[in-house]
Design a protein around this ligand. Structure first.
Ligand code: FMN
Length: 149
């Protein structure tokens, strides 16, 4: 969890550098068109404005001396744990953004994490600004996703 303003500034700078390449070169037209309604671009001021940046790493394998210990169901476990975290933060009245400024390797470098840990999600968290607007994104209906047999 990062609250230090200078470290948040470095994370913003590195994320914006990746996102700028994404928006200007790497994202295909189709992806840009899908993002258009949200008005997002490579600027990520929330990475400094949010009081806390929660950086979730997945630990792909354990390390015991020179030995690598296999970890099972890493994506499933980290995904479930992160979902509970997001739900708990929301229940506490906090706002979050699930952010994936891809590629996220810069987080390992800036936070000095070992090779067996890989950045999974970057979650800016804090109380919502008084003037913030939440997009009303339609969700699929239950009957569109639930198959009962
Ligand atoms: C795994 C995942 C990664 C995401 N990464 C980004 C991101 O990097 N930048 C962004 O603007 N939105 C990203 N989003 C979308 C938003 O965080 C959020 O899901 C969207 O605004 C819909 O919010 P809602 O599900 O609360 O309605 C991501 C969503 C998910 C599920």
């Amino acid at each position: 969890m990062v609250g230090d303003p200078e470290l948040k500034r470095q994370i913003r700078e590195a994320a914006e550098s990746e996102e700028r390449s994404n928006y200007e070169r790497r994202f295909p037209e189709e992806w840009l068109a899908a993002l258009e309604p949200f008005g997002t671009d490579w600027h990520k001021p929330f990475l400094e404005a949010a009081p806390w940046l929660i950086v979730v790493f997945r630990i792909d394998y354990g390390v015991e001396g020179a030995r690598k210990l296999k970890h099972y169901y890493v994506s499933e476990s980290v995904g479930i744990a992160t979902g509970f975290l997001l739900a708990a933060l929301h229940a506490a009245g906090l706002a979050t953004l699930t952010h994936t400024p891809s590629p996220m390797g810069f987080l390992s470098r800036l936070l000095d994490r070992p090779a067996n840990e890989r950045p999974f999600l970057l979650i800016p968290a804090g109380y919502p600004a008084a003037e913030c607007e939440v997009p009303d994104i339609p969700k699929k209906r239950l009957e569109d996703v639930l198959i009962v047999r």
